[in-house]
Write a protein that binds this ligand. Sequence first.
Ligand code: R5P
Length: 307
Amino acid sequence: MPLLLCCDDEQAPAERLLAALQAQGPQGAGPTEQTAWRLAVIERHRFPDGEWRLRLPPALPADVALYRSLHQPNEKLVELLLAAPAARELGARRLWLVAPYLAYMRQDAAFTPGEVVSQRHVGRWLAAAFDGLVTVDPHLHRVATLAEAVPVGQAHALSAAPLLGALVAQRRPGALLLGPDEESAQWVQQAAAAAGLPAAVCRKVRRGDRDVEVQLPALDVRGRAVVILDDMASTGRTVAQAAAALRAAGATSVDVAVTHALFSGDALAVMQAAGVGAVWSTDSVPHASNAVALAPLLAKALGDLGR
Ligand code: R5P
């Protein structure tokens, strides 16, 4: 029986994922008590100097998936650096990473000489450590596919955009879906198609971490409910700039739907000060705004793995 391995602080999301797998059943047919996967925990101990000691189940089956969402990624990448080869030593022959949020995807080019293209190097390293990857809405801008960014045997990029679109259609029927920059077109179009909502995208210029300029599309937003939809918000400045421009242009409400609620520092306060009302996100990153559970989507992908 294949094994879903999670780190001890990920127990709750992994349990939800396993519950979804159980509801789905091994062949995806109806509720059943059986599932193709069972859950085990990687125990972690932090030594006084900050290093990790990890402990995996001592005998692993041939098929193992390691569940780790990679927000705040630096320490988690070290966990993977230790856990992936250890899993192979303990018996895993096919090893997948299930990372609902995949980090280091935005630095996909060197903008100044010597700048490290993190996407390429993290991607190659993950591909060397794992046989397959399942993730949700990876930030792919200058590369077309997940397999280009992470050249792993099986690369599955799932999208939460249709789920977010359905949520928006329910909470703000008829709203305009607005992507805050050109890259967001891929997610906005999927959400709009799934929910039957109108959509448009802005143009964005980024000058620094917290210095962005967003230009609205040539549309009359007076009296309209608008929902800004993107793969993620980090500092919240992109959303805030778009929201302020929409409010100034007469939008009656501006809400936000993102897959990954990174929300660093004062992001939420900055967005709210710019006129944002509701904020909805998936549970790829645990946050009070989580309104969409990814477990059914991930369970379907896990059910299909290795077939
Ligand atoms: C990049 O283009 C992403 O899709 C987001 O728009 C971006 O990461 C948001 O960053 P921030 O919230 O820091 O403006």
